[in-house]
Design a protein around this ligand. Sequence first.
Ligand code: F6R
Length: 376
Amino acid sequence: KKGSYDHFMQKEIHEQPHSLTTTMRGRLKDSGVVLGGLKEHLKTLRRSRRVIFIGCGTSYNAALAARPFVEELTGIPVTMEVASDLLDRQGPIYREDTAVFVSQSGETADTLLALEYALEKGALCVGVTNTVGSTLSRKTHCGIHINAGCEIGVASTKAYTSQIVVMAMIALAIGSDQLSTQPRRESIITGLSSLPSMKNWINDLPCSQTKCHVSEDAEMKDLASSLIDSESLLVFGRGYNYATALEGALKVKEVALMHSEGMLAGEMKHGPLALVDENLPIIVIATRDSCFSKQKSVIQQLLSRKGRLIIMCSEGDISAVGPSASCRVIQVPEVADCLQPVINIIPLQLLAYHLTVLRGFDVDQPRNLAKSVTTQ
Ligand code: F6R
């Protein structure tokens, strides 16, 4: 049921404080995380030579968001595989690998075929899914349900943030035997428990039946109306928020039917810079983390080419980012750097939503797409 919402996508975006709470319920303790589904396999996981994340679309992007902190907390190299590409290449997988399959539905054909392939190669196969009893949860050796609740809108929103949180908990569980990273683990646990109550974006539950529920929502609607006639939208991110750029662009593409590309800001000079002019809107994600000063210089370079920028920065950071008067700014609350993607995606989900409504397209059933892609 949509309740007071106009669309499922809108409802599911606003449900995230709740879905994140249910994802963490009973699993997050002051002393660490308790993941029943992995307990028996933690030793094998710790000994693995490599973690391979495998998924499609939004689920792939969630795994990409998790990659930096999984590497950091476990010390195990992580490689990324789009399921169809792994199959096309018949890429090497070994017994010493742990393959983590990420899928909201647990029924995506490419992901399941990649699972068959990894099982044949003898890797430990872990599932991260939202669907209890799905083929993925039945066929993997072990796994964690994200417990985000049923997702009906074709565009995945709340499952994305819950997937990232589950992978953070997996990383914390694998790394829990390492003394040197204990303070870092503690700060991530504190960050995780603060997520559902983060002010602004994530905690702005609808307060009325009006179309725009809260000021941030209204802000994104206003931004969407300024982009309504654009042909294209670029999103530049790096580090923890490269995945946010890909996922934000995917949302805009699939529901608002607008061309949009997420790009690694570090690659800007190697081609994309040629596209920059005063018409093409570019979102630059420049929230606080170790890449902040690099993103500031990207902003300066784009401004010197008269780029039309929308800057996403941490709350109160506008002057530090140094936008020109012509830039639009999206301010987001700050959380532990590696969890920032959970917050940063929300305004982009709202932007895609409003852009779709304003452009008059079907939000919950985008043209040509299905919720579960069960064919290759
Ligand atoms: C985008 C979207 C798709 C799915 C992809 C994988 O919003 O929903 O990109 O993420 O089809 O689906 P699952 O996660 O069910 O394997």
